[in-house]
Design a protein around this ligand. Structure first.
Ligand code: SGN
Ligand code: CA
Length: 523
């Protein structure tokens, strides 16, 4: 009797343990069937410098690989074309007027709801590595390792979960090393969301030593509107984004001569950047730039020749910095392949906004004109995406948060302003009834680049912008006939009806996004 009881007890125990372990492994399998997310965002990477968008400037085989194995968005935009606001929008899925982060001077309120926090609640592990720029400490991440402020290219400081230390090496490679290290050490029982935020290619475009010889002889084409006269566009006339006038010879263009004859406004800062280098890095740097400095001094360029030299000098370093971003993305993609993670991981590559590569004569961003309002966006997810190739629906950085939550099977809070991109990605065809217009609002004024406060609306074909604060100017463009936005048709009688329609649309969007008194935000 007793023996029988023991036997029965034992078999019950075995059964329970067995069914528990089945439950655990079933649970684990279920957990892991949800996609991982690797979101790579660079800082100031214009789509013009990605070969799947434009192959005239640079080859970016690794970013192209994401597009070739997934999709390339041709009409991806931001809400407010500057760093910190763009990051706040990414995290919250909301415009600046709702998330409270209007410009780079503000501190992000990290107590608000963000998608990484909601992913954590849904059982994801989350990590953030690289540029942060939101002043408050990151919240919603199981692990974070960030650059303070803008960060440095050479031997940068990192703040790892509150501890600051200087790390030898180059920012782009270090960010990738830390990302791969975290992937290796992560808890393998949970899906993950990893945000990789590059510092590159932000000003002052300092290339890694092994990229210094690239693009040596390239004679990049000068954009048609490099010598724009800004006729009919007052705000565009009054900016300080000019490659010709505002780029600093020493700081931006690396003419930091030993003799100290090239004395510029930012020379002091340029010297400071060089001081961070170790002797080997410095020797490689000098080897590249010293002959260039000498040649530049000898050439005594003037007028248009000097203007063209400046643009080519700028682009050479900008593109070198991007070449290392692309190579490091290759390292990350290879890691995902080798670890068997590629099929079930959503990989996103984008930038916090676009950038001017000489269009209108400019560098930097901020304006609602295409080059800075638009941002590159490529997405790959082999297990869950039917859509392939080019996507022409209008999407915006408010859409990332709901997309990731949707894929993770988490609830999307009602007050999120973006919409999930899942219907675009999951189906072969474009969804019906997708959004037909986009809203934009830029606030940082006064600022070092003199871009005025403005808001506006963009439809597939037209754009209407209102510049306010110290001016009151309307601009309107027909993007089909005037893709370079040179001809302001706001007061053209032929477009009166279309303008009226855009005004109605603008008001509708302001209501929808809760920005009904836009000029109350004069700051
Ligand atoms: C720095 C740059 C500016 C740039 C802002 C914002 N100057 O202030 O050229 O517009 O960052 O960039 S620098 O002399 O410090 O390089 S953002 O990407 O962070 O918004
Ligand atoms: Ca930026």
């Amino acid at each position: 009797m007793r023996k029988g009881n023991i036997l029965m007890g034992l078999s019950l125990l075995v059964l329970t343990v067995f069914s528990q372990s089945c439950n655990t492994s079933e649970k684990k399998a279920k957990e892991l069937s949800r996609p991982n997310i690797v979101y790579i965002m660079s800082d100031d990477h214009g789509y013009q410098a990605i070969s799947c968008y434009n192959d005239k400037l640079i080859k970016t085989p690794n970013i192209d690989r994401i597009a070739n194995e997934g999709v390339k968005f041709n009409k991806a935009f931001v809400t407010n074309s500057i760093c910190a606001p763009s990051r706040a929008t990414l995290l919250t899925g909301k415009f600046s007027n709702l998330n409270g982060l209007y410009d780079n001077r503000n501190k992000f309120d990290g107590s608000q709801v963000t998608f990484p926090k909601l992913l954590q609640q849904a059982g994801y592990q989350t990590a953030l590595i690289g540029k942060w720029h939101l002043k408050s400490d990151p919240t919603g991440f199981d692990y974070w390792n960030i650059l303070p402020g803008q960060g440095q290219y050479y031997n940068p400081d990192f703040i790892e979960m509150g501890d600051k230390k200087r790390v030898p090496g180059y920012a782009t490679s270090l960010i990738t090393d830390f990302a791969i290290e975290w992937l290796e050490k992560r808890n393998q029982d949970k899906p993950f969301c990893l945000l990789v935020h590059e510092k590159a290619p932000h000003r002052t475009w300092m290339p890694d030593t092994s990229y210094l010889a690239m693009f040596e002889d390239e004679n990049f084409d000068i954009p048609d509107n490099y010598f724009d006269d800004y006729e009919g566009r007052l705000a565009a006339k009054e900016q300080k984004l000019s490659v010709i006038k505002d780029m600093d010879l020493a700081y931006d263009l690396k003419m930091i001569d030993k003799e100290g004859e090239i004395q510029t406004h930012y020379r002091k800062w340029a010297d400071g950047f060089l001081k961070r280098m170790d002797p080997k890095q410095r020797a490689a740097w000098d080897k590249e730039y010293n002959p260039k400095i000498e040649a530049f001094k000898k050439a005594k360029l003037k007028g248009k020749e000097l203007a063209k030299w400046k643009l080519r000098r700028y682009l050479t370093d900008y593109l070198r910095v991007i070449a290392s971003v692309d190579d490091n993305i290759g390292r990350l993609l290879d890691y995902l392949d080798d670890a068997g993670l590629a099929d079930n991981t959503i990989v996103v590559y984008t930038s916090d906004q676009g950038f001017y590569l000489g269009e209108h004569g400019w560098f930097d961003k901020r304006f609602m004109y295409e080059e800075s309002f638009r941002t590159p966006l490529v997405v790959r997810y082999p297990n869950g995406m039917k859509r392939k190739g080019e996507v022409n629906e209008l999407v915006q950085n408010i859409d990332f948060a709901p997309t990731f939550l949707d894929y993770a099977g988490a609830d999307i809070p009602e007050d999120i302003q973006g919409v999930s991109l899942r219907p675009i990605l999951e189906n072969e065809e474009a969804p019906e009834n997708w959004r037909k217009s986009l809203y934009y609002h830029y606030y940082e004024f006064p600022n070092e680049h003199g871009v005025k406060q403005h808001y506006g609306v963009r439809t597939d074909r037209y754009k209407l912008i209102h510049f306010y604060n110290d001016i009151d100017e309307w601009e309107m463009f027909d993007l089909e006939n005037d893709p370079e936005e040179m001809n302001n048709i706001a007061d053209d009688p032929e477009y009166k009806t279309i303008r009226r329609g855009l005004e109605v649309e603008l008001e509708k969007l302001q209501k929808q996004y809760g920005d009904t008194e836009p000029e109350k935000s004069i700051r």
